[in-house]
Structures are given as structure tokens and as C-alpha cells.
Design a protein. Structure first.
Length: 191
């Protein structure tokens, strides 16, 4: 009996230590992290694909770069990639990493209940290469920065299409692992 209590205590101690280590990020998460992705296709076939991770406790995610207030409420990670009409990768950029906004012109406002953008503007990308920008009510356009200035590559009245998927918490995965190990130990002891 004493060995079982010691084993449970050790497992609990390891779990608590691991949980505190995993949770040590500069981004405050009130719920669980959820991943999502979005795709935008312009009228001429250019495409933008992004993936993001957000705090599912947030009803509305609002993230803006330094040029618009440097504000982030709920967005943990955001990556965007741009493709030409032949599906060749043009550019890829991380706009938010570990809750820190990396792109000064970012405007990402997403309602987690309606799975739709809100607000006036949407912008993701890079100020030195490609970016997707526009008004939510009128559509978005893909722009490129060249040696001669900004060039509009494609426009479209469509907004990005969003999909979301829950991300398993590290704590849940640790608990699951300990449960499997415990079952394996019990079955081995029975033999």
C-alpha cells in the first residue's frame, strides 16, 4: 500500500512540475488553445493560406500590430503563406508567435462563435514582401512590394474561409500517458 501511495505522489509531483513548465509563456491563456486555418483565393487565382492558434476562452480575438496600437487579445500564433496561380509558394511569414505580434501592420479580428472576421480592416503578411489587405465589407487584395513600389497582384470580393480544430492540451496528453503507463504496469503485474 505504501508503494502505491508513493507512486501516486511521485506521478502527481511530476505532473504538477511539468504542467507549470509547459504553462510558462508570456501569453496568458484563459481556456484551451484551439487551432484554425483560413484560405483566401483572389479573382486571378492568387491564394493566401494561414494557420493560427488562439485561446478558446476569448469570444473575439483582436490582434493589431504596432502601427495600429500593438494590441493582442487571444491570438497565440499566426502564420500566412502566399501562392501564385500555379500554386508556387511566393512568401511565408509568421505574424504572431507565442502571443507576441511580429507584424506592425497586422489587423486580425476574429469572432470565435460565428467563425467570421469582424471590424473594418483585415491585414496579414509582411511589409517588405507580400501582404493581404482590405476592408471586410468590400473584399481583400494581395499586394507585393517590388523595387519600383507596391504592386497589386490580385483582388477579390471574397473573404477568407475559416476552419477551427481544438488543440490537445499538453496536460491532457501527460495525463493520458500516465494512464497508459499505469494500465501497462497493472497488466504486467497481473501476469
Amino acid at each position: 500500500m505504501k508503494k502505491k501511495v508513493s507512486l501516486v505522489f511521485c506521478c502527481l509531483l511530476v505532473f504538477l512540475c511539468f504542467n507549470n513548465f509547459v504553462g510558462a509563456t508570456p501569453f496568458s491563456v484563459g481556456g484551451n488553445l484551439t487551432s484554425g486555418d483560413f484560405t483566401w483565393v483572389g479573382d486571378d487565382g492568387y491564394k493566401a493560406e494561414g494557420n493560427f492558434v488562439y485561446d478558446d476562452a476569448a469570444i473575439q480575438i483582436q490582434a493589431e500590430g504596432a502601427n495600429y496600437g500593438d494590441y493582442n487579445d487571444g491570438l497565440y500564433y499566426l502564420e500566412i503563406s502566399f501562392f501564385d496561380p500555379s500554386d508556387n509558394l511566393l512568401y511565408s511569414a509568421i505574424n504572431v508567435d507565442a502571443g507576441i505580434v511580429q507584424y506592425d501592420y497586422l489587423q486580425f479580428n476574429f469572432d470565435t462563435h460565428t467563425m467570421a472576421l469582424f471590424g473594418v480592416y483585415f491585414e496579414v503578411g509582411s511589409a517588405t514582401d507580400y501582404y493581404l489587405f482590405g476592408e471586410i465589407d468590400y473584399g481583400l487584395g494581395l499586394t507585393s512590394l517590388t523595387s519600383t513600389g507596391y504592386v497589386g497582384l490580385d483582388e477579390g470580393r471574397t473573404l477568407p474561409l475559416f476552419n477551427v480544430n481544438p488543440v490537445p492540451e499538453p496536460t491532457t496528453m501527460v495525463l493520458f500517458g500516465f494512464g497508459i503507463l499505469g494500465l501497462a504496469g497493472v497488466s504486467r503485474k497481473k501476469k
